[in-house]
Design a protein around this ligand. Structure first.
Ligand code: PEP
Ligand code: MG
Length: 910
């Protein structure tokens, strides 16, 4: 078994796995594969080798022992690196030092272990002194090895080591470790060795081969560490992939003033702007930059001090982007003026950056339009519709003096919550449904669970590429980092800024879009989506998609938003929602509880103008586009007070009567009792065992034809009036919950008669369509009969799923469905992602049958699934004309529809 590949064996790895780059990444991990690949295209990469993910899995399987032959293969690869570098591992005169880093197929930044400077001991350090003539560098490297080795490999805590460093900084009155003197470092090395003995019960291993073996084992083990597990759960990465281990020649960014180390993205990972973005430090090692405890410089400043290195770096960044055809996240080191690349990978980015980078790269000719469309996840689009702080609320906060500070805006969006200073508390509060802001001096991989639980993250230290920034961006958490004027005292559990002391549990509001931190709770609002890159991308989506996107909207302002977001019609207006308005509900109740026809007609008269006004508003907004209006659907008891409430109110009144002060009051109470008892009798008459299967939908319309007539009259009076104003009105009238064609035939008669009457009265002709929802399996199975009467059908997949599964959604989502999902009986919630096998099949049958009777029948879907990307893929395959979803899902649905079209067409075209 080949467990080890040197960086110049990437061609061999490719051949061994059958030529697919994805499989090479699976074998060597993303970092290892890319190191080999960079070496192959001529990017300067320090020599090294990769131990495969298979070796890691084997190590775990063998209960933490190395597979046969691994040690021999590592040794021979090490000899190869010695030849390439002309140095020798463990040789005091000309030592080779190596790093040992994890690297899984999918990058998990900072979640697994790394050890640097492996190969040093007292003799090697002494030998290096002769060679390098830089005591400071040598002893600084040595103390770093001991510290990392102790904490990462031997399991010691970080604090005793940090305490030693702090004590020396204090003694020398310096703030930065790089300012410590050589004598300090000598002492630190001794104190560190003592710490290792004291806290692990073992000595720091002096043999470089032991160091390397132990470090490799530690990296393997870190695959199953808590933070790696948490991260995989959150990022949906399978747990059985294993990590590769990269052993690589050390290059030193801490070898004096002409050395540096840094990380950079080939484009801005927050905004997507096409500029290099990154941080670096002169005279430092890699972890100094990401840890965020030293103030870093912006990458442009490298150009001031080392113009030719900076120029070379820019060229390499461009070459890597061109090679991988995506934005790159790179680690580099400059050792005494020579540039080395230590890593490159596709960079994590915010939703905003994902959109801009995809569009820009397409316009630069690097990727095709279809590729650009496939690069952006529908969830990314969702971000643009997420709340931002309301301008007025922000203004007031500034006026009140509640704006505390501004830091780096590394992950956009608004977040409001109670401040927590440790990740466990943040998680606990979030579990109790309390919104939390996690505040830390800087974050570490161990904090990730708290970051995921929090609404937003704020740190006092760290730059744009700090751990906090990377993780927040990846998971779309608003974050502000490097708020240097903010002091967080973890033992006191306070945050001090701008002369104010904020205690744990106080409210904070963070604006990750511009980096502002506020005291208190600011109000949020949903922005308009006017981002030019998103607009362009969605325009491309519209060119590609085959299924139209409409919206479910009940009110003109919803319709307006939907149209603004790109909806091409209203697929569902639920007319009953208008009945719940406070001034209308009493009329609706009067209509329902009326005892005489005259009383009922009077109430309906009262409702008519309201409905007419609502419909006119919708028609005006949707000028030129179809508007599907569904006649009343829910059982009437939903508009009445509950039987239980009425009963307890009656009991109260009966008690009050005993203590009535006078006759007048007594009469008032008696009157109220009368009224409530009457209402309760009516409510009793409407009580059903299974309202979901009861008197609702078309059944109601049939039993109460006057209600249908009133709604139809309102629709046509509105349509006539609006069309006289020159507006192109396209009403479609939809009957809910049909199960038998005879229901439809009967309703159509009533409806046509009323529509005709109104058009006659008004002297206007309106072209309209008549159709029905398919929400009942029987309707799906007899869709050919239904199509004789329906010019359009619309799948109500909420009810269709309920009726197909015989599951009441509202009860089950609070009950057994939760268990079904956690036990894996169901993989997905069928009310969220359409059930292909069952409901999907019914839809297919219905469509085929409906088209056999009426080939040009219009067919769409207006259940919740209409805005869900995986469901949209099925609706596209079925050949529906449109999906209709909530206005806020419209942009997501436009992209998902385009992706469905591209996926079924196969290879991306232009
Ligand atoms: C449906 O059942 O899918 C539907 C759109 O109707 P409602 O959600 O109003 O029952
Ligand atoms: Mg329904």
């Amino acid at each position: 078994m080949k467990w080890v590949y040197t960086f110049d064996e990437v061609d061999k790895a490719e051949a061994d796995v059958g030529g697919s780059w994805d499989a090479v990444r699976g074998l060597l991990g993303g970092k290892g594969a890319n190191l080999g690949d960079m070496h192959r295209i001529g990017v300067p990469v320090p020599p090294g080798f990769t131990i495969t993910t298979k070796a890691c899995n084997e190590y775990i399987k063998l209960e933490e022992s190395f597979p046969n032959d691994l040690v021999d293969q590592v040794e021979s690869a090490l000899r190869h690196v010695e030849e390439a570098t002309g140095k020798k591992f463990g040789d005091a005169n000309n030592p080779l030092l190596v790093s040992c880093r994890s690297g899984a197929k999918f990058s998990m930044p900072g979640m697994m272990d790394t050890v640097l400077n492996i190969g040093m001991n007292d003799q090697v350090a002494a030998g290096m002194l002769d060679h390098f003539d830089d005591d400071h560098f040598v002893y600084d490297s040595y103390r770093r090895l001991i510290q990392m080795f102790a904490t990462v490999v031997m399991g010691a805590r970080e604090e005793p080591f940090e305490d030693v460093l702090a004590e020396h900084r204090e003694r020398r009155k310096v703030t930065d470790d790089s300012e410590l003197g050589v004598e300090d470092l000598h002492q630190i090395v001794d104190q560190f060795k003592e710490n290792v003995r004291k806290y692990t019960g073992r000595d720091f291993p002096a043999d470089p081969n032991d160091q390397l073996r132990m470090a490799i084992a530690a990296v393997f083990r870190s695959w199953n560490g808590k933070r790696a597990n948490d991260y995989r759960n959150a990022a949906n990465i399978p747990h059985d992939l294993g990590t590769g281990v990269n052993v690589q020649t050390m290059v030193f960014g801490n070898m004096g003033g002409d050395s540096a180390t840094g990380v950079a993205m080939s484009r801005n990972a927050t905004t997507g702007e096409p500029n290099l973005e990154g941080d670096f430090l002169f005279h430092a090692q890699g972890e100094d930059v990401v840890a965020g405890n030293r103030r870093t410089d912006r990458i442009e400043m490298l150009g001031d001090k080392m113009p030719s290195v900076f120029g070379q770096f820019r060229e390499i960044a461009k070459a890597l982007e061109d090679h991988y055809r995506d934005m790159q996240d790179m680690e580099f080191t400059v050792e005494q003026g020579k540039l080395w690349l230590l890593q490159t990978r596709d960079g994590k980015r915010t939703a905003q950056a994902a959109v801009r980078i995809a569009v820009d790269m397409c316009e630069e000719g690097l990727i095709t339009r279809n590729e650009a469309l496939m690069r952006v996840q529908p969830d990314h689009v969702d971000f643009f519709l997420h709340p931002q702080f309301a301008a007025e609320s922000r203004h007031e906060a500034v006026q009140r003096g509640d704006m505390l500070a501004t830091g780096l805006n590394v992950s956009p969006g608004a977040a409001v919550g109670r401040v927590a200073f440790d990740p466990d508390l943040a998680q606990r509060w979030a579990d109790e449904d309390k919104p939390v802001i996690l505040a830390r001096p800087e974050t570490k991989p161990d904090d990730v669970h708290g970051m995921l639980a929090a609404e937003g993250v704020v740190t006092s230290r760290g730059g744009r590429t700090s751990h906090a920034a990377l993780v927040a961006r990846q998971f779309g958490k608003p974050a502000v980092v490097g708020v240097s004027e903010m002091h967080i005292d973890l033992s006191d559990r306070t945050l001090t800024v701008a002369g104010r002391v904020i205690h744990e549990g106080d409210w904070l509001s963070l604006d990750g879009t511009n980096g502002q931190v506020f005291h208190g709770r600011l109000e949020t609002e949903v922005p308009d989506i006017d981002d030019p890159w998103l607009t362009k991308l969605l325009g491309w989506a519209d060119d590609v998609r085959e299924i139209d996107v409409w919206a479910n909207a009940d009110y003109p302002q919803d319709a307006e938003r939907a149209r603004g977001y790109g909806a091409r019609g209203i697929g569902l207006c639920r007319t009953e929602h208008m009945f719940f308005e406070p001034e209308r509900l009493p009329i609706v109740q009067r209509m329902i509880t009326a005892e005489t026809r005259a009383e009922r007609e009077d109430a309906l008269e009262g409702l008519l103008p309201h409905q007419r006004e609502d419909f006119a508003g919708l028609f005006r907004v949707m000028d030129g586009l179809p508007v599907i209006i569904r006649l009343i659907d829910p059982p009437l008891h939903e508009f009445l007070p509950s039987w239980e409430d009425l009963t307890s109110e009656l009991a109260d009144l009966k008690i009050q009567i005993r203590s009535a002060a006078n006759l007048e009051e007594m009469n008032r109470i008696l009157e109220a009792i009368d009224e409530k008892s009457h209402m309760r009798t009516r409510v009793e008459a409407f009580r059903e065992q299974n309202p979901m299967l009861g008197l609702r939908g078309v059944r109601l319309g049939i039993l109460r034809p006057t209600l249908t007539r009133m709604q139809v009259r309102a629709i046509f009076e509105a349509a006539c009036a609006v069309s006289l104003d020159g507006i192109d009105v396209q009403p479609e009238i939809m009957i809910p919950l049909t199960s038998h064609v005879a229901e439809l035939a009967r309703q159509r008669e009533v409806l046509e008669e009323e529509a005709e009457a109104v058009m006659q009265e008004q002297g206007v002709t309106i072209n309209y369509k008549f159709g029905t929802m398919i929400e009942v399996p029987r309707a799906a199975l007899t869709a050919d009969q239904i199509a004789e009467y329906a010019e359009f059908i619309s799948f109500g997949t909420n009810d269709l799923t309920q009726m197909t599964y015989a599951i009441s959604r509202d009860d089950a989502e609070r009950g057994f469905l939760v268990d079904y999902l956690s036990n894996g009986i169901l993989e997905d919630n069928p009310f969220f992602t359409i059930d292909r096998d069952g409901v999907g099949q019914l839809m297919e049958i219905a469509l085929t049958k409906a088209k056999s009777a009426r080939p040009d029948i219009e067919a769409g879907i207006c259940g919740e699934h209409g805005g869900e990307p995986r469901s949209i893929a099925l609706f596209h395959e079925l050949g529906l004309d449109y999906v209709s979803c909530s206005p806020f899902r419209v942009p997501i649905a436009r992209l998902a529809a385009a992706q469905a079209a591209i996926s079924t067409k196969g290879a991306p075209a232009g």
